[in-house]
Design a protein around this ligand. Sequence first.
Ligand code: KE4
Length: 422
Amino acid sequence: MSRSAELYRRARQLIPGGVNSPVRAMRSVGLEAPLFLRRGEGAYVEDEDGNRYVDWVMSWGPLVFGHADAEVVAAVQDAAVGGTTFGAPTEREVELAAEIVDAVPSIEQVRLVSSGTEAAMSALRLARGATRRDRVLKFAGCYHGHADALLASAGSGLATLGIPSSPGVPTGATADTVVCPFNDVDAVAAAVERYGEGLAAILVEPVPGNMGVVPPAPGFLEALRALCDASGALLIFDEVISGFRVARGGAQERFGVRPDLTVLGKIAGGGLPLAAFGGRAEVMEQLAPGGAVYQAGTLSGNPLATAAALVVLRRLRDPAVYERLEASGAALEAGLREAVAGAPACVQRVGAMATLFCHPGPVRDFDTAAAADTERYGALFRHFLDRGVYVAPSQFEALFVSTAHGEAEIERTVAAAAELFA
Ligand code: KE4
């Protein structure tokens, strides 16, 4: 029995499903036991049986400079010897807030939290408090973490597990959640027509990564901005994935559309548990303690996470980083596209995030994504694994490019695809 299988057997007795997050079970790609990873370095990870893989999961997006980046490790070590948490304000929190405000066009003030779920949940509460309205409009296939109000046909995890909305979520919690198809302006306009009075926010992943990567259709984000302006709802961009990935200022910089609130995570946390939400000062100032909208967190802005995040965000000021990410993303896309030519498959990419769909494409929304051949994707995942390439164990996720991925990693990945689709 492999060490991973052995660990999985033990884990299942102690941890629900043997994992601390459902997608890690790798059930949807047909593995009996998930890989248990023991170390990562640059673009590579090693499992408990000593197998080494080119890693395109990158912990689901945070590791824009790859695993165990020397500067990040040193920064966390230096911070730790001074104390790992105080529950009091620290200078690094001010410095990190300044980095985020400088990078993200629409953010004037920002609150740090510990997970993307917490950031999205808090941004929604703030939007509801600021507008004194209850309704939120989200999109099928978009995932914003597992807060009750947002587990209505979410896209990541739930889509893979085929659960339309989770048991345990009270009907009241999603009674004010309206779900529209992504990229469908008419559907959104009709929903706003019907619910506009009570609409607190439109919440969207401007570049969805949780139904696979689905680029926004030209004019779609602009239409959401206009519908929010017309109805008095706030536009919330969930940039947990796209933030600092598709541009330093995220999708709002790349596509030139400014939301009222932005949710950040993953890269923003430098690979440590840190996320954030921010926006116009007049909205953000309604948060406790100055305002009445309550939000709090014991480890919010802790020294280890802010140290890692500062190293990463300061290095992202260098435009050459995004030139490299764009070039590597384009090379990966071109190689995979050539490998799947003629097969019922397509490759969709925005910047340093891409998905190989087992679907002829184009994939414009969750309905088309859900029609992908997930059986074939499972076979693809196992084929790549056998060739030392670790891609997302779910069709509804992304390949995350880092600066640690080079020609060798791209060639190995493309060769594996070419062999499979030959
Ligand atoms: P966390 O609570 O997992 O830190 O963030 C939730 C979240 C919010 N918004 C977006 C756009 C996200 O993609 C996520 C989390 N992403 C998933 C995978 N796409 C994390 C992986 C997992 O659930 O284990």
